[in-house]
Design a protein. Structure first.
Length: 394
């Protein structure tokens, strides 16, 4: 398969991206880039991947018209049901792809970092499926708030390492995983969970996730009985579910809206809105928008949902933002909680808190969206969040 709109030789999308990594990792990044391009051009690799996506993950995921919500909001609202993918979110599209790639490269050991636990579960799943050793780094705070996911990973024979350093959340787990990789790169592949990190990760994660948007094109644009989307909405943590659904539409002129976490509100400073309220800098190997103070110190992000609790964002989104290919907005914790309740009560679908940010924006923008065909990427199911939602009461 040919790659549409690839980054340049340095892994840059416009001003963003690149390969800001320790010298010792350069050979591994170059090897990965080469292995990915070689695999992507090989029909045998796609046959194996497609078979697993169809019969193990359950793709294509349905697109479902949310009739009651549509009526309530005056919008023709459709849900791309990534919550129905095996493991309950889109992340497995990427982990199976990268695990297959690792196997092809002859690397029997996988490491990963995880925030909500979803990427850890998706990685442990892919490793169990393909018989690879799996080590997952997780911030101690996240280990606590996502205990069930920790147990899931251990059931699937992954080793979970709790990271106590720094804020003990995702950012710190990423640093520890990087440290491991520097020491183990000979036999280890690092499965990054979003369209972030040094080149070629933003490219290859995008390629593994863009099946979401490609399916949507078949299910809606090319369907004789369904409308073509006018607005596509997705939440943005690192940005993989959003990039996955946006990318096939990047030249379509369709309104692409990425929804970040406004946490306690942008003005409070406690949020995860790197594109809305951040500025360009270098984080985890790439040049991108991030949350930083005047001295360039990376700030801690805040979101009620661990999946959006990250101070950076994938570099291609930074490029999309500056060029206007997509626009980015932000939604508070409270509005996301409210949207989670609305979708649960109105459709019988409990969305992930991450995905609820997308619905919260749609609800807030309902006046502007009247009568339009809007697709929300329902990136995951909310079972993992139910206890937390209960704690917030209301
Ligand atoms: C991890 C996660 C996200 C955020 O990650 P992206 O890379 O921005 O997609 C969003 N939704 C769900 C359900 C997740 O698990």
């Amino acid at each position: 398969m040919t790659i549409q709109s690839p980054p340049d030789d340095q892994g840059r999308f416009g001003d963003y991206g690149g390969r800001f990594a320790p010298e010792i990792l350069m050979p591994a990044l170059l090897e990965l880039d080469e292995a990915f391009h070689e695999a992507w051009a090989d029909p045998g690799f796609h046959a194996e991947l497609d078979e697993l996506l169809a019969n193990y993950v359950g793709r294509p995921t349905p697109v479902y018209r949310a009739a009651r919500l549509s009526e309530q909001l005056g919008i023709d609202l459709w849900l791309k049901r990534e919550d129905l993918a095996h493991t309950g979110a889109h992340k497995v599209n990427n982990t199976i792809g990268q695990a297959l790639l690792a196997k092809r490269m002859g690397k029997p050991r996988i490491i990963a970092e995880t925030g909500a636990g979803q990427h850890g579960v998706a990685t442990a799943t892919a490793c169990a499926l393909l018989g690879l050793e799996c080590v997952v780094y997780m911030g101690a705070k996240d280990v606590e708030r996502q205990a069930l996911n920790v147990y899931r990973m251990r059931l699937m024979d992954a080793e979970v390492i709790s990271v106590e350093k720094g804020a003990a959340t995702l950012k710190d787990a990423v640093s520890e995983a990087m440290r491991d990789w520097v020491a183990s790169v000979e036999n280890t592949h690092y499965i990054i969970g979003s369209v972030v990190g040094p080149h070629p990760f933003p490219l290859l994660v995008r390629e593994f996730q863009k099946i979401i948007g490609e399916e949507l094109q078949e299910q809606m644009d090319q369907s004789p009985i369904r409308p073509t989307p006018e607005v596509i909405v997705a939440c943005v943590g690192g940005g993989s579910n959003a990039m996955g659904i946006f990318h096939p539409y990047r030249d379509s002129g369709i309104d692409l809206v990425g929804v970040e976490a406004a946490g306690h509100g942008i003005a409070s400073g406690h949020h995860g809105a790197s594109l809305v309220a951040g500025s360009p800098g270098v984080l985890h190997g790439s040049h991108t928008y991030l949350l930083q103070d005047e001295q360039g110190q990376v700030l801690e992000a805040h979101s009620i949902s661990a999946g959006l609790d990250y101070p950076g964002v994938g570099p291609e989104h930074s490029y999309f933002r500056d060029t206007g290919i997509a626009r980015y907005v932000a939604v508070t914790d409270d509005d996301a909680l409210d949207a989670l309740r609305v979708m649960s009560a109105t459709e019988g679908i409990i969305p992930a808190l991450e995905s609820a940010h997308g619905l919260a924006w749609i609800m807030a923008a309902a006046d502007e969206l009247q009568g339009k065909t809007v697709v929300l990427n329902l990136s995951g199911r909310g079972d993992k969040d139910v206890q937390q939602v209960e704690k917030f009461g209301g």
